[in-house]
Design a protein around this ligand. Structure first.
Ligand code: BYC
Ligand code: FE
Ligand code: FE
Length: 471
């Protein structure tokens, strides 16, 4: 029996009426499932997990909780409601009606944007696939799987667009989204951060805090798109993204809280003496994932970004908050390197759109850091976490190829080599973090020693709820 019907694939895109889409999905869906079994969460595929499934776009329907085995998860296809009379909100075509189909001249560019977005989703599942074996609690295990199945659904969202609007090219792209592999030297994922290993939970929380938050900003920018189906798809994805960032921010918050408790219990104020994570190590992981995530916005000065904006394909986050939407004039003053020195330059606004989007992201990250620092202040500790300079450890954009310290001061290659391990997780930091917890914690309500319990459970359930049935 076909797996492609409204019962198996909850949707609001008229799947039952769309024979072409059905045929494309009938090909792709079994390949997706084999990919999920091969590259999805390792060792827990047959377990029942207390998961949220989106079964409609209404407020009651998009958060339906029940026990489900992950391969039976009902990955759905949802577009946020159409806004009647919606017009393009920025760029050269400001005020014109949005497109319900792909304009021929933008076909290649839209395909690239959708493929790039789509590629990150399965990549993150691959990166996180072994984490179940060292989970700090059942609560966290469930959150990991929730994030994983929803990233799977985000892949479905992009595959829907490829199948529905891009014909045979789109079908080929959709297959390739299942063929690339995170970290594989021969067929890597497209963007840098998605090829980095995530093999401990501190990295996982940093990733969901900082990298999923890049997702939020990219989705906000795509939600402005003049290609209405892309706008509607990404708007619905954003509703799921909030939980991913919640997992990251509260995860780090719980680590910070526990580290503060353990610091007080130890003779020298070092949580490591009590089997916890010291705040210096937390800062190094933060430096790493924040800088990798800054790279995901692309270069500070980008002709791609300028043409995406001009053509009405990708706007700014919450475009309506800006005063002026054409942006043919205007400039952003940036300090950029020229011949090895930082100089102030005026960059035409459209070419600076990646940096404008990054500005909002940086502010959003800072709010999270402030909340962590509040936990430290309330614990009476003087240590504070902070975001490093945007220039620190960059591999994309105008600062790549040069070396900067976390304060943004330019330094020599020799100094970088000497100090690198003070700023980024060293091999010994990584093995320490991994050594903290030799086995997964499976007892209901119990937490690993290095992390505090969450303030409350999921979906109104208690913290000691059986979030994953392991027997
Ligand atoms: N790594 O003008 P440039 C998410 C490439 S996360 C490798 O600087 P542009 C999620 C770039 O492709 C959100 N390559 O940048 C989170 C270009 O290549 P070509 C994902 C990079 O084009 C957690 C060249 O460098 N969504 O959803 O303005 C879990 C020069 O490009 C990188 C999107 O990314 C990099 N970091 O902007 C799960 C939205 N950065 O053309 C999911 C769609 C740049 O020379 N993508 N390059 O071959 C875009 O809007 C743009 O492609 C980018 C780059 C913002 C990524
Ligand atoms: Fe996603
Ligand atoms: Fe996400």
């Amino acid at each position: 029996m076909s797996m492609v019907n409204d019962e198996k694939i909850p949707n609001n895109v008229d799947l039952a009426q769309d024979k072409r889409l059905q045929r494309a999905l009938e090909q792709w869906q079994p390949d997706f499932l084999s990919w999920w079994r091969e590259m999805g969460p390792e060792g827990f595929q047959e377990r029942e997990v207390y998961l949220r499934t989106a079964i409609s776009v209404t407020t009651e329907g998009w958060a339906h909780y029940d026990y489900v085995r992950m391969p039976d998860y009902r990955w759905g296809i949802f577009l946020a409601d159409q806004v009647p009379g919606r017009t393009i909100g920025f760029g050269d075509l400001l005020g014109q009606p949005v497109w319900q189909d792909v304009p021929g001249e933008h076909r290649g560019t839209l395909r690239r944007l959708i493929v790039t977005q789509g590629d990150t989703e399965p990549a993150s599942v691959e990166q996180q696939r072994a984490l179940g074996h060292c989970c700090p609690s059942l609560y966290d295990l469930r959150n990991l799987f929730q994030v994983n199945v929803e990233e799977g659904r985000h892949l479905w969202a992009m595959v829907y667009l490829l199948h529905r609007f891009f014909g045979r090219d789109g079908r080929e792209d959709a297959e390739e989204l299942l063929a690339r592999r995170s970290g594989n030297p021969d067929r890597p994922r497209i963007l840098g951060a998605f090829n980095e290993p995530i093999d401990d939970w501190l990295s996982f929380y940093m990733f969901t805090m900082f990298t999923d938050r890049d997702g939020k900003y990219q989705l906000l920018a795509l939600a402005e798109s003049g290609f209405d189906p892309l706008s509607r798809t990404t708007r619905f994805m954003l509703t799921e993204e909030a939980h991913h960032m919640f997992v990251g921010e509260t995860g780090i918050g719980r680590v910070v809280q526990r580290s503060a408790e353990l610091a007080k219990l130890s003779k020298n104020g070092n949580p490591r003496e009590q089997g916890g994570i010291d705040l210096e190590t937390v800062q190094k992981y933060l430096n790493l994932w924040y800088s990798l995530s800054l790279d995901l916005f692309g270069s500070e000065i980008s002709t791609n970004a300028a043409s995406f904006f001009g053509a009405g394909l990708k706007g700014r986050a919450k475009e309506e908050k800006f005063e002026e939407h054409v942006c043919r004039e205007g400039a952003v003053v940036m300090e950029i390197p020229e011949q090895g020195r930082l100089v102030r330059r005026e960059v035409p606004l459209r070419s600076a759109m990646n940096e404008v989007l990054r500005d909002g992201y940086v502010e959003d990250c800072q709010r999270g850091v402030d909340r962590w620092n509040k936990i430290l202040a309330e614990s009476g500790l003087s240590f504070r976490l902070r975001l490093p300079s945007r220039r620190f450890h960059r591999q994309q954009g105008v600062f790549s190829g040069l070396r900067f310290d976390p304060d943004g001061r330019q330094i020599s290659t020799e100094e970088w080599a000497k100090r690198q391990d003070d700023w980024l997780p060293s091999a010994s930091d990584r093995s320490y973090v991994k050594s903290l917890q030799p086995r997964a914690i499976h007892e209901r309500g119990k937490m690993a020693n290095w992390i505090a319990a969450p303030a409350k459970g999921i979906d109104g359930q208690p913290v000691d709820f059986e979030y994953v049935r392991l027997d």
